[in-house]
Design a protein. Structure first.
Length: 347
């Protein structure tokens, strides 16, 4: 993977260019192809949030003896074979929700480590090759994107285990993030007429630990993205989400409501809503569909798959604490990530 922040003259100083490898087409795309392209796409999405004009390129290398040999074995000309397999790459990028465009000459090159499955090297002879199409079809693109960027540290050898894949996604996205949003929205419906509480930030306690964490989170996540430490970015946001779950349990707004302390109820619920918003925004380069669903339930008309995100929801604003407007009408609570079921063993 290569990238190049272009700084040659003032007219294009805000441009960022990135490319994946040009993949061989002697065989169908594999999970390594998907992983590298997801990583490049996440970086491109992050820099779009920062307002840069991003150019991303991916493609295939259609020249080589392996390609010629594979084509002849299949009874096709090399051109016919390349045209056929290239379509499979295009379909995979679409399913993985990859955004791409043209690319200037790269300035830096990065490589990821080897990927094994269940502790073994993958190979056709072992019958353990991971099919990226199958993963996306069964679990969705955001699930694949999140797991591979969080659990497989960029630049190091890593292992894929499907049971762990399912457990991580259910714990992080369905339980920690999804349930926190869902339960908070239901309480806001019950205690605040379904609107974001109107809380002047000056009235928020200086000892509010969740706010203190949120005020520095955008900077630490930005540093992680820019250093290709995608796992660190995910861990930082997940830790913040878990702190939000702990905060709401400790503050117990349902008890405060029974005590008639409406002001305290609104302070707690605003804090949680804002923490979920911030978490979704910072994860949007990795899980754009889930983040869009969170933002829309919080009353924003935001689609993180649009190329204009840097203008519509700029990083310098939305990566900071306290922008959720008081009085904004919230959406109906809906699961933003459905729990995954383990695969049914083959008979």
């Amino acid at each position: 993977m290569s990238f190049n922040p272009i700084e040659q003259d003032a007219s294009i100083h805000n441009t960022f260019a990135i490319t994946t490898p040009l993949y061989y087409v002697n065989a169908s795309p594999h999970i390594g192809s998907a992983y590298t392209t997801i990583a490049a796409d996440v970086l491109a999405r992050y820099y779009r949030l920062r307002g840069k004009q991003v150019r991303m390129m991916t493609g295939t290398d259609e020249h080589g003896q392996k390609i010629q040999r594979t084509a002849l074995e299949a009874g096709r000309t090399p051109q016919e074979h390349c045209d056929l397999v290239v379509q499979e790459f295009e379909v995979l990028w679409s399913r993985l929700n990859i955004q791409s465009a043209r690319l200037p000459v790269p300035g830096q090159v990065f490589g990821h480590g080897f990927l094994t499955k269940d502790g073994q090297k993958m190979g056709k002879s072992l019958g353990n090759v991971i099919d990226p199409y199958d993963l996306v079809d069964r679990y969705g693109s955001d699930a694949v994107r999140y797991y591979f960027l969080k659990e497989i540290e960029f630049g190091r050898a890593s292992d894929f285990n499907e049971a762990r894949f399912i457990n991580i996604l259910n714990a992080d996205l369905a339980n920690d993030l999804g349930n926190l949003l869902n339960r908070t929205l239901k309480m806001v419906q019950k205690y605040c007429q379904g609107q974001v509480p109107r809380i002047p930030l000056s009235q928020v306690s200086a000892t509010n630990r969740l706010q203190s964490l949120g005020e520095t989170l955008g900077k630490s996540v930005a540093d992680a993205y820019e250093n290709l430490a995608f796992s660190q970015a995910c861990e930082a946001v997940l830790g913040f989400v878990q702190a939000g779950n702990k905060f709401i349990d400790e503050q117990a707004p349902w008890s405060l409501y029974k005590q008639g302390n409406q002001t305290a109820v609104e302070h707690v619920l605003y804090t949680i809503l804002e923490s979920v918003r911030l978490s979704a925004y910072l994860l949007s380069p990795i899980i754009p569909k889930v983040s869009s669903a969170v933002y829309q339930q919080l009353g924003f008309l935001t689609d993180f798959n649009t190329l204009e995100v840097g203008t519509l929801v700029p990083y310098h604003l939305h990566a900071t604490w306290g922008i959720l407007p008081g009085g904004q009408i919230l959406g109906e609570p809906q699961p933003v990530f459905q729990r995954l079921d383990p695969p049914v063993p083959s008979q």
